[in-house]
Design a protein. Structure first.
Length: 115
């Protein structure tokens, strides 16, 4: 699976973003749910970073971001072999993340339980 960042962004913008904004104008209830959804997601991201900051998980997050950027760049520059390798690593990496983050996940769950 090659990430295609050379897609037609103008069509993507018209077909997805503009159509979504028009649907928000016709149904204001969706705008309220969008704001609530974004608020919850931002809060969860903030809590996640607060838990992992200063732990070894923070270093792993930086490494994961580097892999995502490298995969996107390899797709952009049509480096097929490198993109295939990085995509394969990222697919298997989901399981590895759960195993590696297990102590941090346990600590976060204990903090939630103690509150």
């Amino acid at each position: 699976m090659i990430i295609d960042l050379g897609m037609n962004w103008e069509n993507f913008y018209k077909d997805n973003i503009v159509a979504y904004i028009k649907s928000l104008q016709t149904n204001p209830f969706e705008l309220i749910t969008l704001i609530i959804d974004l608020t919850i997601v931002c809060f969860l991201i903030y809590c996640f970073f607060r838990v992992v900051k200063g732990s070894r998980a923070w270093q792993l997050i930086k490494g994961i971001v580097l892999l995502i950027v490298a995969t996107a760049l390899s797709g952009l520059f049509n480096l097929k072999i490198l993109n295939w390798i990085l995509t394969g690593i990222m697919n298997l990496g989901v399981i590895a993340i759960i195993v590696i983050f297990q102590p941090e996940l346990r600590r976060a769950l204990e903090q939630l339980r103690n509150k």
